[in-house]
Design a protein around this ligand. Structure first.
Ligand SMILES: *Cc1c(COP(=O)(O)O)cnc(C)c1O
Length: 376
């Protein structure tokens, strides 16, 4: 059983706290908030401010940490994608902003690689946009992008995310072609940090707007996102957003969450990434050491720049595996006390432990339970 005052406040409602060994999964609570962020939220909550002024001030901090001209605190990364779409379609013209999601009189086509279609891409059509797809699962030629660009193109969408194919056109080539037609390139890199360098990377490579999550590895409030980019486009995103009464009004970010995000991202960029990675690697190695002898199971520590941005302990159920199925192992971990959620978003013969939201005590429980379930 998960214990402590935090656990009690959920248990009072009959909600059983869990161990999230899956990383910053929104469905399992996002991430643990930094103590400094809790403190900042607490202080900010009881004092009133003009929200336009606060949004602009927070935007300046985001601009600093991303190297972009401007920034904005969005409602999660997903909310920020809707604002990206609204900004490139309607700009800050109130007549157009008021008409969304009716796109009459606006450019409304978003060019996207077929290999970049993803579960959040509905955010780009929520404002009345439509997709024009290029490429296939295996490749995309520059002429396909050239051919897709037309007078209705609102933007080219580009996705940076773990576990997608890297066979899309290289990002810098997309920027060059799109900019040659005066079309902005808008990026979803919601979960593509760490490495912290990625907070500046895509802006430096010419992206017009980039979106990150505030509630994942940055460990700000779960409901926040970091939107950054060209000053005119961010100003348009801001115009379409709460507190203004346009399409973004339903995606309000509270003053205390804005303060929380600003606090979190400033701490995040100052952290010692090498030391953090070393600690995560050691945690994963403990899992691997405990399970290395399990016959038919392969246990490895994975860390790279594309899929395992945070080190993971990867468990592969090989053809020699004779125990319960991979899905049954996942379910057995969830059905125990406390419920443990492993990462299961990858290959169907793999499960993983992501240390991002685990303390040492929780890691020990995860290892003990894995041992029980796998050797039962
Ligand atoms: C997590 C994620 C989102 C959504 O982020 P939230 O901050 O939870 O809204 C969007 N796009 C991608 C690629 C993601 O990984």
């Amino acid at each position: 059983m998960v214990t402590g005052p935090g656990a009690d406040i959920y248990r009072t409602l009959g909600v059983n706290p869990i161990i999230a060994a899956s990383g910053s999964t929104t469905a399992y609570g996002g991430s643990k908030l930094r103590p400094e962020v809790k403190d900042a939220i607490n202080k900010a909550a009881g004092t009133m401010v003009n929200m336009d002024e606060l949004n602009h001030a927070a935007g300046k901090i985001i601009a600093q940490v991303t190297g972009a001209e401007a920034g904005f605190v969005s409602s999660g990364a997903a909310g920020g994608l809707i604002l990206q779409a609204a900004a490139v379609m309607a700009g800050n013209d109130p007549a157009k902003m008021n008409r969304l999601p009716d796109a009459t009189g606006m450019k409304n086509e978003f060019i996207i690689h077929r290999s970049h279609r993803f579960p959040y891409d509905q955010c780009y059509t929520a404002t009345g946009g439509t997709f024009r797809e290029i490429g296939d699962g295996r490749r995309c030629h520059p002429w396909e992008l050239e051919d897709a660009l037309n007078e209705n193109t609102a933007a080219v969408v580009y996705l940076f995310s773990p576990f997608i194919t890297r066979r899309a056109l290289p990002f810098e080539e997309v920027v060059e072609i799109a900019h040659g037609h005066d079309v902005p390139v808008i990026v979803d890199a919601a979960s593509f940090v760490p490495p912290r360098a990625n907070l500046k990377r895509f802006i430096a490579q010419g992206a017009d707007m980039v979106q990150y999550s505030g509630g994942k590895a940055v460990r700000g409030p779960q409901g926040t996102g970091i939107l950054c980019g060209r000053a005119d486009l961010i100003e348009a995103a801001f115009a379409n957003a709460s507190p203004h009464q346009f399409i973004g009004r339903g995606m309000k970010v509270s003053k205390e969450n804005i303060i929380g995000l600003v606090e979190a991202v400033q701490i995040f960029v100052e952290e010692d990434e090498e030391a953090e990675t070393k600690r995560y690697n050691e945690m994963c190695q403990q899992v691997v050491d405990a399970l290395i002898e399990v016959p038919g199971l392969e246990a490895t520590v994975e860390h790279d720049d594309y899929n395992y941005l945070v080190p993971h302990a990867l468990l592969t159920f090989t053809t020699e595996w004779r125990g319960p199925s991979r899905d049954d192992v996942f379910d057995a971990m969830v059905d125990g006390d406390p419920p443990i959620y492993l990462s299961n978003i990858n290959n169907p013969d793999e499960l993983a432990v992501d240390p991002l939201n685990l303390d040492d005590e929780e890691l020990e429980i995860v290892i003990r339970r894995l041992h029980e379930v796998l050797l039962d």
